[in-house]
Design a protein around this ligand. Sequence first.
Ligand code: NAP
Ligand code: COA
Length: 265
Amino acid sequence: MTDPFRSDALAGTTAFMAGATSGINLGVAERFAELGAKVYVISRSQDKVDATVSALQSKGTDAAGMAVDVRAYDAVEASLKDCRERFGKIDFLLSGAAGNFVAPALGMSPNAFKTVVDIDLMGTYHVCRAAFEHLNAPGASVVNITAPQAVKPYIMQSHVCAAKAGVNMLTQCLALEWGPLGVRVNAISPGPIKDTEGMRRLAPTPEAEQHAKNAVALRDFGEARDIADACVFLATSAGKYITGEIMYVDGGMVMGDGGMGQVQG
Ligand code: NAP
Ligand code: COA
């Protein structure tokens, strides 16, 4: 068994990553490439896909991708088939495409609410559903990217809370169904991650940024690399007995503030 902490721990493996052309998921793609994986990315924008594939290839990675909206099941299926034909069976699957905007429930149309549910929840279902036949089982590892909104209610995030709660439950149902077939299915819940579109939308001012940091036990934002390394852990033999887990890589954010103000005495 390959030492999971070696610098070539992912050599010879194939990773398919949905929504990996910017932000956190791009960081995961870059890290997998660094550790030797062949990487296939999808997202809506052809320009973003091309830029990501070129950047990965310029570092010597076997990379490819396709412009796909995860809401379109047939297109998701086509990209997985293309990945399998180019690189062989898929060892690691990341589903991280998502949409977010800040709006109260009464300040969005039914279509606005549905849009986020369609991208986050239906998109994750589409990616997992279409990927299964291409997974290298037994041994394949699936990671869905969820969010603290899945387990904590937030104002102006009803759409994301509902969608990501669904992602958590889908993850655990698939873990039960696919465990006997040798496929592990986990979710990673990032805390606030610096330099990301998500945090630009949720904390657009220095005051909002400070407020967000104060909500984290470690009092700082995380980095895409923190999420990437957790994915590596779950992709390798280090994580081989972990399934159905919602892994919080969030500086302690999901615990809340302890309810007593500052520590005294
Ligand atoms: P981001 O940079 O906007 O990344 C979103 C990615 O998904 C992009 O590659 C985007 O590319 C793609 N995408 C969006 N809609 C899509 C669709 N319909 N079909 C296919 N691809 C689509 O966002 P991020 O802030 O890094 O967030 C990444 C993930 O982490 C999300 O799942 C988010 O919920 C989660 N998260 C983020 C934070 C944070 O602090 N940022 C915290 C907790 C959880 P295209 O525009 O080309 O489609
Ligand atoms: N407040 C209220 N409603 C909003 C909104 C906002 N800030 N932004 C979009 N909407 C509504 C639109 O008005 C539309 O509803 P309508 O048809 O009833 O008018 C609906 O949401 C869909 O918008 P549209 O722009 O057509 O969707 P899209 O599929 O092109 O884009 C989004 C999806 C809206 C989620 C867009 O923000 C996006 O592409 N996000 C990806 C990047 C991202 O969010 N990154 C952070 C991840 S955590």
